[in-house]
Design a protein around this ligand. Structure first.
Ligand code: CO
Length: 134
């Protein structure tokens, strides 16, 4: 089921500062900032040869990142995303196996316009897992 690493998302309290750190300390190529109002985040993408890292910061009071930053004021690893070929099939297999999915567990359009589901960190050593149909 599991495919390639799609992205790693890091929640940050100050996006401009984080972009600058990646650019100046690591020489990273970072995209322009993208506001994703429907997901309550502003994102910048760090392009790497084999994957990408997303720096995400809250956009608005309802942002799903707000709680995370309350617990982790300096930011931190928010989730890891793996690609899967068939998100509906993956979802059925996971539910049948007893995995805990976030929300109602139904695939929804994610931040890249593709269908995603999120798996609860309790099954994955404290790491929130996103699966994205590729
Ligand atoms: Co993601």
């Amino acid at each position: 089921m599991i495919g390639s690493l799609n992205h790693v998302a890091i929640a940050v309290p100050d996006l401009n500062s984080s972009i600058q750190t990646y650019q100046t300390l690591l020489g990273a190529s970072v995209s322009d900032k993208v506001e994703q109002i429907e997901h309550g985040v502003t994102v910048a993408f760090i392009d790497l040869p084999n994957t990408k890292v997303e720096l995400i910061t809250p956009l608005g009071h309802e942002s799903p990142i707000n709680n995370f930053l309350k617990k982790n004021p300096n930011g931190g690893l928010h989730h890891i995303c793996y690609g899967v070929k068939n998100i509906h099939k993956s979802q059925r297999i996971l539910v049948k196996a007893g995995a805990k999915l976030i929300g109602d567990g139904k695939p929804k359009l994610g931040a890249h316009g593709k269908l995603v589901i999120f798996l609860h960190p309790k099954d994955f050593n404290g790491t929130l897992i996103e699966l994205e149909e590729i």
